[in-house]
Write a protein that binds this ligand. Sequence first.
Ligand SMILES: [Zn+2]
Length: 479
Amino acid sequence: MTKHVIRNIETIVAYDKKTGTHAYLSDADIAFDDTAILHVGGRYDGPFDTEEQGRGRMLLPGFVNIHCHSDEEPLSKGIFDDMGTAALWGQAMYEYSTLIEISEEAREASLTVMLGDLIRSGVTTLLDIAGPHDAWLPTLVKSGARAYAAPGFREAQWHVEDSHRLDYRWDPAHGREAFERALACVDAAQAHPSSRLGGIVSPSQVETCSPDLLIEAAAAAKSRGVPMTVHAAQTMAEHEELLRRTGKTAVRYLDDLGILDENLILGHCIFIDSHSWTRQRSEADMALLAKRGTTVAHCPVTFSRSGMILESIGRYRRADVNVGLGTDTYPYNMLEEMRRALICSRIAGKSVFDLKTSDILEMATLAGAKALGRQDIGRIAVGAKPDFSLVDLNHPAMQPIHDPLRNLLHCAAERAVEAVYVDGRCIARNGRPTELDYDGAVQVMREAIKFTLDRTPANDPRGRSLFELAPLSLPSMSR
Ligand SMILES: [Zn+2]
């Protein structure tokens, strides 16, 4: 096995076993092979095959993204960003986003664009919730990243009547078939020869699956030794629907089903009983989440774009809830997601003290690793996977430097990410994924949008075109 050493790295964000979190380590060597980090600290005197210099660089643990969607999401860029259904609390998802259809030919390209964008922002592990397709697992493996395939399934489809009422169209037989297909996909991912691929059981939404299906899904995840993830408490429309059906919040409902536990990851868990938009004004959900050890997958960029905010990360963390980070959809930029999470938390918490820069790093690394049941990722320590980013400390956007992590998060972001490694292998350099045909995929996407434009009126119950549904942000003027 080839051994690599990087000497005299200016700053390593290393894992301190004594405190259980990250700390700055200056002027240090790191040695690794393709399975593990062999050395972090002073001069490495062991054998090596390659050697490079780390002066002017910061080495960061790879980010763990516990919630993203490929499928049609990368294609949806810039379409419904100014839209929402007023009667559904301004959410665009139910009436608008579901109209975006992707052609089968574009699925691989869409996935490639998502993976490329995530990797170049420092993501080394990701959890992709999508519909299974032939290119899915091979493309995840090809990217070089560590990936969890979470094939979604549900028994009900959303239907919005006349822009004001959310209905559920149930088809349990179809849902059951999708469940079986999803489990076969999870098993294929788990059995895949690549040690970087895994599977996650993923009922799509808490309110589009029957209680029985949710319970069976949780049991299927447990028997396979894999986590389960489900969207829950993600919108006010869902919150009110569950109240109407069961009299319970999503968190309480899942707990009463017996499946709220440390094996469960909830996307996005915003509208819990303590959120100011709900009518409950109690604190029971937060305590339950903490008591059961359930993880929240927080994706602030897409929700804040719709005027919605989790209240607040600091509050969840002080209650001892494990909060990890995801990007959900475009722009698939983990560093931007981290920055937004920090800002949104301080706005929602009405305090600069609500969340620290170190807290965000911990969420994007250790909390995500915990959600996936792993102690070997999201940290730079001997024995951990060699998954990391190298940041160019000499990049103009990083100058002048007092605190390199703050500069990266609050200013430079992915511009200063020089290289990203997984299993000791470089999978992105100078903003370019090395294993994927990113440019080719972008070309396919440019064509794929035409199919989407053509299909939208047929998908919309009222037959509206994409331009009627999503008018451009500026009017057109004549030359
Ligand atoms: Zn999602």
